[in-house]
Design a protein around this ligand. Structure first.
Ligand SMILES: [Zn+2]
Length: 253
């Protein structure tokens, strides 16, 4: 049997507790911001989860609309979020990635009402292909009762729509939706500061970042507390910077 290799002890750069075992990979820049680089054993699992529920979530939320509009994939290739429950002109919409607007239908999209000798079909669609599909469904539902085939009924509906110029009423126009970009909203700045500190720790090591001169930035990342002069969250002005590995530093020209 081989002895397990002793891993170097590391401290979480936020709570300074010793990291036991191996943490799950954590994105340096949020996955939702397109970040692909991951690190381990820089932030402990507890802090990672707490940040994920708080500041990281605020940052992800603040770019959700932007990702939706631009159809911007996450770092792991995940699709952008759907924006749920937007309101416009008393209609509630869900906005799928790429600004695909889908009204929430309180009732059915297709309503078929029989009146003496007439059959009324009401269809709510948001696009031409969807309208065609729903008319096809309606036609198949009533074809047997009418003693016709579905294509014949579809044709009859089509002629009826063209004759009475009902078609425009059948397509719900895309609503104008007002969305807000809230860059820096909530605790998202704490998440950005965390990403910067993780990058720094990756460069100079966790022991350096565990030093008390990083306490103010830790306070800000964890609790949002800013010192009197928020431009000086970390002071590294009077001592030599720790050795930066050349493999990580910029290549000199
Ligand atoms: Zn921690």
């Amino acid at each position: 049997m081989t002895e397990p290799v002793e891993q170097p002890k590391r401290r979480c750069i936020l709570c300074l507790s010793l990291i036991i075992g191996r943490t799950k990979p954590e994105h340096v820049l949020l996955n939702s911001l397109g970040g692909r680089a991951t690190v381990r054993n820089i932030i402990c699992s507890e802090c990672n989860e707490r940040m994920g529920r708080g500041p990281d979530q605020d940052l992800a939320d603040s770019v959700a609309m932007l990702r939706n509009i631009g159809n911007l994939l996450a770092g792991d290739g995940g699709t952008p979020p759907t924006i749920h429950g937007m309101r416009s002109k008393d209609i509630t919409f869900d906005v799928r990635p790429g600004m695909q607007v889908k009204p929430r239908h309180e009732g059915k999209q297709v309503r078929i009402e029989k009146e003496d000798k007439a059959i009324n079909i009401a269809v709510v669609a948001t696009s031409e292909p969807e309208l065609q599909k729903l008319i096809g469904n309606a036609a198949r539902a009533i074809a047997k009762d009418l003693g016709h085939t579905a294509p014949e009924v579809i044709e009859a509906i089509r002629v009826d729509l063209l004759r009475d110029h009902k078609r425009n009423d059948a397509i719900v126009p895309a609503p104008s939706i007002r969305g807000q970009f809230q860059f820096g909203a909530g605790r998202s700045q704490q998440s950005m500061a965390k990403a910067a500190l993780v990058l720094w720790a990756r460069l100079v090591g966790c022991e350096e970042v565990a030093h008390s001169r990083y306490d103010e930035i830790r306070q800000f990342i964890e609790h949002g507390d800013k010192p009197d002069d928020p431009t000086e969250l970390v002071k590294l002005d009077y001592r030599a910077l720790p050795m930066v590995r050349m493999s990580s530093a910029a290549t000199p020209i």
